[in-house]
Design a binder for this molecule. Structure first.
Ligand code: F0G
Length: 475
């Protein structure tokens, strides 16, 4: 499979600093083997996240110069509001500085202790915001989502039967809203079909429960619907997005993904009473309702980004680039989650490092090795991020999936960079037995993956294949 040609020219470049393996080894030790603690300038290719890492277009940068920084009633807000209303059709548009702030103002306003939020799969900050209100975050994605080998076109779908069971068990009065995360980041960036969204809506309707989308990768999800779902090939992605949002009552959106901006987010909804209460909370924690924690220029950039992301040539390139990286890894024998998702390729660390038990943090160990040997930063989505301790027995409950996510920033890395990433992983796979496990020496009570510290279980006995890559990591 070939990489698609980039539908843009590069006008501004940022040099990549080269580091040696010895330097990276030292940086890792200092960082407690946590890649969130490694200085970004010492990373050659940064696939930690696709969030806030996009390259903005010339039009977005031009829009930044048109920032109206008035405290109230900025013209950029009115432009932004018009763009969001045209995209989603929701009446009230509430800007926030990023996605989790939208989660916070929603959850702290409408969730109470003992309530429950069903979702196909909560992202970690969404789960944390639900649990912070002492409510239950219920993941109800179809069971195939937990099987890295199962190839389904819409592996992010909600298990509608389990949704209905959950509502009956918990009682609709304890479920203020249901959610669907598009695409499903936590299990492979997999899309949700329009048919499944409609079916979810129907179940929720029966019990009078509103539906909210966690829509930060909505355009990628809609492009998959355009590509894969019968009846949508002739429909534009904008049109598909309109239909999708019309099936919900509101959305939370981190603009740092498909908004193509470095900061920004929003909440949009139809219910006037909720909008009022959320806005009151917004003023307390984010800012006045026409800026919500952002500068006028940020709102302008996000308004333009939300329009640009619907360009189908861009989306074809975007999804194609990620898919081509997945294909290179697959051809090289590297076990990955199939099919390749929208914003990232997920390496199956359980199969990559079968000699390590989950208690030895195989996905974290693989991410460390990839940074140490090649300067490539990725993120663990496995036991570090989702492992839990059973408070009664002190045993660890391990997540079903143990993954390393290669998240691809939008419009940032060339196809050549990604070929290098594939070569690096294939090489590591060939000498995988040399990768040892890790021991966790510190963990915070919540969202531990950001600050956890580790030590190597055994001294690294890595066999270094040659000096070539160390001296020139971007060969
Ligand atoms: N929902 C989903 C599905 C996400 O992936 C994220 C962020 C958020 C909500 C929160 O948005 O970061 O703007 O506060 N995901 C990033 C990631 C951090 O790396 O996947 P935020």
């Amino acid at each position: 499979m070939n990489f698609p040609s980039e539908p843009f020219r590069i006008k501004v470049v940022e040099p990549i600093k080269r580091t040696t393996r010895d330097e990276r080894e030292r940086l890792l030790r200092e960082a407690g083997y946590n890649l969130f603690q490694v200085p970004a300038e010492s990373v050659a290719i940064d696939l930690l996240t696709d969030s806030g890492t996009s390259a903005m277009s010339d039009s977005q940068w031009a829009g930044m110069m048109l920032g109206d920084e008035s405290y109230a009633g900025s013209k950029n807000f009115h432009h932004f509001e018009a763009v969001v209303r045209r995209l989603c059709g929701y009446r009230y548009v509430i800007p926030t500085h990023q996605g989790r702030a939208a989660e916070h103002v929603l959850c702290s306003t409408v969730l109470k202790q003992g309530m429950c939020v069903p979702n196909n799969m909560h992202f970690d900050t969404t789960r944390a915001n639900v649990e912070h209100q002492e409510a239950e975050a219920e993941d109800l994605v179809i069971k195939e989502a937990y099987d890295p080998h199962c190839e389904l076109p819409f592996k992010g779908n909600m298990d509608v039967a389990r949704l209905e069971e959950t509502i009956r068990r918990v009682g609709p009065s304890r479920i203020p809203f249901g959610m669907i995360t598009i695409t499903n980041n936590s299990a492979g960036g997999q899309p949700v079909s329009m048919a499944n969204i409609r079916a979810t809506r129907q179940v929720l309707n029966r019990y009078g429960i509103p539906l909210f989308f966690d829509a930060c990768r909505f355009a990628e999800n809609c492009f998959f619907i355009h590509e894969r779902e019968p009846g949508y090939a002739e429909r534009s992605v904008r049109d598909i997005a309109g239909e999708l949002f019309s099936l919900g009552d509101g959305c939370l959106l981190s603009g740092k993904k498909d908004g193509l901006v470095n900061i920004g987010g929003f909440l949009a909804l139809n219910d006037a009473r909720w909008a009022q209460a959320i806005t009151d909370m917004l003023i307390l924690v984010e800012g006045f309702p026409t800026y919500g924690g952002l500068a006028g220029r940020d709102l302008e950039a996000m308004a333009r980004g939300l329009e640009e992301v619907l360009d189908e040539e861009y989306l074809r390139y975007r999804i194609g680039q990620v898919r081509a990286l997945g294909a290179l890894l697959d051809e090289g024998g590297v076990p990955i989650v199939k099919p390749t998702g929208g914003h990232a390729v997920y390496v199956n660390a359980k199969e990559f490092l079968p000699h390590l038990h989950q208690s030895q943090f195989p996905a974290q160990a693989l991410a460390e090795a990839l940074y140490r040997d090649y300067g490539i930063r990725t993120v663990e989505i496995g036991t570090v991020m989702f492992g839990k301790r059973n408070s009664a027995t002190e045993d660890t409950i391990y997540p079903a999936l143990e993954l390393v996510r290669l998240a691809i920033p939008r419009r940032v890395y060339t196809n050549q960079h990604l070929s290098f990433v594939a070569e690096a992983l294939v090489d590591l796979y060939h000498r995988r037995e040399s990768i040892g496990g890790l021991v966790m020496t510190y963990e915070a009570p919540r969202l531990r993956h950001f600050t956890a510290r580790f030590e190597e279980e055994t001294p690294a006995a890595m066999v270094w294949p040659g000096a070539g890559f160390a001296a020139a990591p971007l060969s």
